[in-house]
Write a protein that binds this ligand. Sequence first.
Ligand code: X8Z
Ligand code: ZN
Length: 615
Amino acid sequence: MKRIIFALSLFAAVPLIAQSPAATRRPSRPTVAEAERFIAGVERDLAEKSLKSSRAGWVAANFITDDTEEMSADAQRAYSVAVQQYALQASRFDRLKLPAMLGRKLMLLKLALSAPPPSNPTEATELVRLGVGLEAEYGKGRYCRAAKEAGKPEECLQINDLSRILATSRDPNELLEAWTGWHTISRQMRPRYARFVELSNKGSRELGFANTGAMWRAGYDMDPDAFSAELERIWKQVEPLYLSLHAYTRAKLVEKYGASVVPPNGMIPGHLLGNMWAQEWGNIYEIVAPAGVPRGYDVTELLKARNVDARGMVKYGESFFTSLGFAPLPETFWKRSLLVKPRDREVVCHASAWDIDSRDDIRIKACFEPNAEDFVTAHHELGHSFYQRAYKNQPFLLQNGANDGFHEAIGDAVALSINSTYLKQVGLLDNPPSAAGDTAFLLRQAMDKVAFLPFGLLIDQWRWKVFSGEVKPADYNKAWWDLRNKYQGVSAPVARTEADFDPGAKFHIPGNTPYTRYFLARVLQFQFYRAMCREAGHTGPLYTCSFYNSKAAGARLARMLESGQSVPWQETLFTMTGERQMDGNALLEYFQPLKVWLDRQNQGKPVGWSVAAGR
Ligand code: X8Z
Ligand code: ZN
């Protein structure tokens, strides 16, 4: 996650527009030269203030206390109020014909915040406090239960502990307890979240957007309605593959847990898929592993066998990037990053990548454990870090991904090269399976990549309705489960009521991080991967490609990363891939043999679900 933190002291709407004494007497007509001066001042000021705010945010996320929360809120308030003031001031240039780059910067300034503060100072303060407080509350989330043995203190579990249970336990009761336990952490968030929505909507309206969701949809260099239509188009492309995977997985879960736990033509209960949010299913691969095809390798076992720890996993990721021709990470990255959950203090464990000074002070913060899931996440985070460093020479307002989906896709595109060829090359795997093991590999990949697609889409389907007011606070939970039922075919494992606030149990809701980016990244990463595979001279099925060591692929990637957000993403995408649309076709090409195989397995079995047949 890129943290661009723009800041300016709270009420000092510094008159950046250099004005002559005459100009202060009566408003002058705006000129291009004045707009140039304005934006130069904005960039200088915001770059400086963002540094302070990033530092405060870093400390708050690494040491959650009431004090760090306050200090971070102060810095963030200053930053967001500044952006808001500047964005409002910038409307002065709205009707002026501006050079393309200048116009782009002014547009990006308006879109820079995911929760714009209202200009009323009391409300601005309230909004920022709510945002910082909700994220900290998520970070502190824990479920405490009585000790199994009498006389022992109660046992409190945090998200890492509970996620480990979801990933490894196969006892439905234990899984249910972990799932239900975690979903208690957000019950109290609802009124504050509702107020947060109200206040950020107010800020968005002042900027001329209908609501915060409409503002988010405006960030894609195209008409916001056309963007929504694109999402629907892409989803319809990949939906048949998801349905095939869902049907196959459900049948295997029926075999494992019985029809009384998993309805054979209904939805899959959300606690059985290996992940707290059922967003990626790779952790239950062994339940769905096909009989009669060679058992593939298990990356978790490979890492454990070689004692690869959190730092070691990140080192593998760094080596991949250096093999492409990128410079190694700076020493400060290793000194300042948080890679392992500390034992003595509260931290926000959800992985993130930080660009502190828009130069070389890049870091990641995560609570990695040596397993396949975190191995991919380590690459994912490094994708952000290498992107951040690559665009550091762009002007401040253009230091970002071509769109937010690009930022999320880089590390994942690299991680798609983690196949048996690569693992052998780097010495993690001694005996790669023969081609007969390809089905196992593709199925394992699909359990993460394909399973995620509906989840990636539905989070903002929910939020957009919340921001627009179509879903009211009294229906938050129902609307959430309606979407999870509809898109994922996943049901709540126990009855839910409006006393629950299940969206708040997913980091990006209290953290207010837009989520459509991850849906886009899921398709974009296959487009990037295919382009780099072509550049590396790969022949044969797409999924067998690893572009490790390819300087040509690296050069193509570097060119994209360096351009940051300086041109519309469509251009960046075209230069990178030769394609003009974000599109599911590369993902479908990758999984094509698996689709055929799944459909053969599903013959005679129900595909899809009726919500009524669930619970
Ligand atoms: O939040 C993340 C990254 C940080 S940007 C770890 N991801 C999404 C999630 O965990 O829900 C990566 C995949 C989707
Ligand atoms: Zn990310």
